[in-house]
Structure formats: C-alpha cells, structure tokens
Design a protein around this ligand. Structure first.
Ligand code: COA
Length: 255
C-alpha cells in the first residue's frame, strides 16, 4: 500500500490521485501497485463505472522514480510497473486522464491508453527516454506514430523535449485543453456522463475501439525487454547519475 496514491470512489467514479508532491509525483513501485490494483479491482466492482487518473498542484507525474530505476534495474520477477502497464492495455471500463501539470515519461505514455484526456493550460509533457539513454515504453513507439505520424512521434521520442498542452492537443494526445481551475470539473462531468451510460454497451464499444490490444501488448513487451537491458547499461547509469548530481549527462565517451 502507498500513501502517495489517494483512491476514492463516489457516484460510480473511481478517482486515482497521484500525490507525492515533494518529488513531483514521481512513481515508485508501491505507487504503481496501488494504481494497478485499483484499475483491476474496478473491473469486478459494479459500483465503479469509470476511473479518473490525475495528479496534484503542479504535477500529474514526473514519471518513474529515477532512484527506483537505479535500485530495481535487475529484478527478474514481474514488477508493479509492468502490472500497471498491462492493466492499462487490458481494462474494459473507461479511463479518463486529467493532466494538471508536469507529465513526464509514463506520465505522458499512460495517456495513450486513456479513453479521454483533458489537460490544463499549464500542463507540460515530455518523453525523455532517449535523454536518459532508455527506449520508449508502454507501447508508445507503436501508439504515437499511429496517432500522429512518424515525424511527429520521432520529434517527441527522439528529441525528448518538453511540449505544451496546445501541442499535445494538436498532436492528438489530448481531447481538450481547459483553464487550470476547470480541469477537475470537466473531468468529473465527463466521468458522470460515462457513468450514466449502459455499462456493457460502453465496455463493448471500448473493446471495439481498441481491437488491436493484442498487438499493443506484444509491442509493449518487446519494448520492455529492451528497456530492462538499457536500465543496466553504462549510458543509462551516466544519465541517472547526472540527474541526481544535477548536471548534464556526458555521452561523449560512448560509441
Ligand atoms: N524521480 C525521482 N525524483 C524526482 C523525479 C523523478 N522522476 N522527478 C523529480 N524528482 C525530485 C527531484 O530530484 C527533486 O528532489 P529534491 O528536492 O530532493 O532535490 C524534487 O523531485 C523536485 O524536483 P525538481 O527537479 O527540483 O523540480 P523542477 O520543477 O525543477 O523540475 C522536473 C521538475 C519533473 C522537470 C524534473 O524534476 C525532472 O526532469 N525530473 C526527472 C523526470 C524524469 O526523467 N522521469 C523519468 C522519465 S522516464
């Protein structure tokens, strides 16, 4: 259990609030476990018809905890992060992303699995996998080109620069950009609208929309295998150390 993910259920809506503000809501394995368990438990809970995932203050999430990357790089068994990613691909009930601030790494890639995504005007997205000497995850190297085309996906994944909510909307990651003060209400109203619909019709329609889940899952595992190897690479260690030491990484010595 983690205190850093607040789970609440009301009127058929489950809200998962990532809440580890001092680390910009960076996700640890314990936090992934709560997210995965909550998404999966909702599948069998008739009191939950839709889930909202959101963050706090200025952060949706700064992505995977970088210390956790360093410490858990070599574990063999299925990690909570993997369970979370699998749940994102497999859940049948609708998932709404409400992005209030920084959305780094998995903070952006998880949105590709949401059914509807709302972002506040000041949300900032980034996919810095290559900057960390890693590779894309959560099937983002399949889903991003599919959503926006190869060149735009390459821009986001190879350069890894930050981009704003307007660009996220233009590139098709976000349904609507709303003023910061209205994000919660917009997400909640949408969730209420979904929660009032015929639940099986909704689940079947989502399944029809996501009829390529099998290939998405397959691609996600192909990425994960390379990602795991990259985590123990000298390049990635240099990138993570550089972040901890608050300096720029030096990749000149690698070829
Ligand atoms: N893992 C671990 N700690 C993180 C973190 C992460 N992903 N993101 C932020 N933090 C920590 C910082 O180390 C800092 O801790 P400290 O106060 O003990 O020094 C604290 O959160 C605040 O972060 P800071 O960098 O001071 O805030 P900022 O507003 O200047 O920048 C970010 C915010 C998210 C842009 C920046 O922290 C960042 O780039 N984080 C790394 C994101 C990342 O690479 N994630 C993995 C993607 S695969």
């Amino acid at each position: 259990m983690s205190d850093f993910v607040k789970v609440s259920v009301s009127d058929g809506i489950q809200t998962l609030k990532i809440d580890r503000t001092d680390k910009k809501n960076a996700l640890t394995q314990e936090m992934y476990a709560v997210l995965a368990d909550s998404l999966l438990a909702a599948e069998d809970n008739p009191d939950i018809r839709v889930t909202i995932i959101t963050g706090t203050a200025d952060s949706f999430t700064s992505g995977n905890d970088l210390m956790d990357f360093l410490q858990n790089a070599t574990q063999e068994e299925e990690k909570p992060v993997e369970r979370f990613l699998k749940a994102l691909v497999s859940i049948r009930k609708p998932l709404i992303g409400a992005v209030n601030g920084i959305a780094v790494g998995v903070g952006t890639t998880m949105l590709l699995h949401c059914d509807l995504v709302y972002a506040s005007e000041d949300a900032v997205f980034s996919l810095p996998f290559v900057n960390l000497a890693l590779v894309p995850e959560a099937a983002s190297s399949l889903l991003l080109p599919k959503i926006m085309g190869h060149q735009r996906a390459s821009e986001l994944l190879l350069l890894g620069d930050k981009f704003n909510a307007e660009k996220a909307h233009a590139y098709g990651i976000v349904n609507e950009v709303v003023p910061a003060g209205q994000l919660e209400t917009v997400a909640l109203n949408t969730a209420k609208a979904l929660a009032a619909k015929a639940p099986e019709a909704l689940r079947l329609s989502k399944a029809l929309l996501k009829n390529d889940s099998e290939s998405v899952m397959k691609h996600m595992y192909a990425e994960l295998e390379i990602f795991s190897t990259r985590l123990t690479s000298a390049e990635a260690r240099e990138a993570m150390q550089a972040f901890m030491e608050k300096r720029a990484p030096d990749f000149k010595k690698f070829n």
